[in-house]
Write a protein that binds this ligand. Structure first.
Ligand SMILES: Nc1ncnc2c1ncn2[C@@H]1O[C@H](COP(=O)(O)OP(=O)(O)OP(=O)(O)O)[C@@H](O)[C@H]1O
Length: 223
């Protein structure tokens, strides 16, 4: 469970929010506070007031995997293998176990052929897949994606969805500008001006957004 109480941080103002579903989509206009909310929920930023609890603990006590919109800013190592292995190495996992786990997560992400490459030689979409593999390799309890799918072709975005769904994370907080992706979530938060304007199942939230640009294209076509 994710529990937010009296949260105030910059423009964020969320008095009370309890999220118990696994896949939570965070959507809304630019500047609405989505990244700020994800940063606070991930423990990257301490809230100015109020509290966030993930699985009953403060975010700093939870294994959180983070994938940002610009992997160039977060990828630390020059080789793909080293990047994906880094969190296991930081925890001093045995080398054979690390090797097995890195290869397994690369397999799920469809990137075994990238393991020997230099990060600087990858395309933007390949970097996103590497960042996702690095975030998933240590079995995060909570997986947070901040518009990680924004520069991906449809096939790569589909692969990202598969890796995310196959992760063992209890919660996936996924900020996306793809309303079709958000429509596949269990629960949707629509953020505007730092507040949660709409919350509920995709049906509940998107029915309130039918006249706006925040309505899934696939729903317009197929429903
Ligand atoms: N470090 C910061 N210091 C002060 N204000 C900030 C900081 N980071 C973001 N903001 C402001 O907070 C507001 C919300 O930003 P945030 O990045 O959370 O929005 P967002 O919904 O993720 O937007 P986008 O869809 O454009 O990425 C914006 O007005 C932004 O200018």
């Amino acid at each position: 469970m994710i529990r937010i109480t009296d949260l105030r941080h910059r423009l964020l103002d969320i008095p009370d929010l309890t999220l118990s579903t696994r896949h939570i989509a965070v959507i809304g206009p630019n500047g609405g506070g989505k990244t700020t909310l994800l940063s606070v929920c991930s423990g990257i930023e301490e809230p100015e007031a109020g509290s966030v609890r993930l699985l009953g603990r403060p975010p700093s006590a939870v294994k959180v995997g983070w994938v940002g919109e610009f992997p160039d800013r977060t990828l630390l190592f020059s080789r793909v293998y080293d990047e994906i292995a880094s969190s296991l190495r930081f925890r001093h996992r045995p080398c054979p176990e690390t090797d097995r786990t890195v290869r397994a997560v690369a397999e799920v992400g469809g990137i075994p052929r990238l393991l020997g490459k230099k990060v600087s030689a990858l395309s933007g979409g390949e970097k996103a897949l590497v960042a996702l593999a690095a975030a998933c390799v240590d079995d995060p309890e909570v997986l947070v994606l901040d518009e990680a799918d924004s520069h991906l072709d449809a096939g790569t975005a589909e692969r990202v969805s598969r890796v995310v769904q196959e992760s063992k994370a209890a919660h996936i907080l996924w900020c996306t500008q793809s309303m079709d992706t958000a429509a596949t979530a269990d629960y949707v938060l629509f953020m505007e001006n730092g507040r949660v304007r709409h919350r509920g199942t995709p049906d509940e939230v998107f029915s309130a957004l039918e006249e706006t640009c925040f309505y899934p294209t696939m729903w317009r076509v197929c429903r």
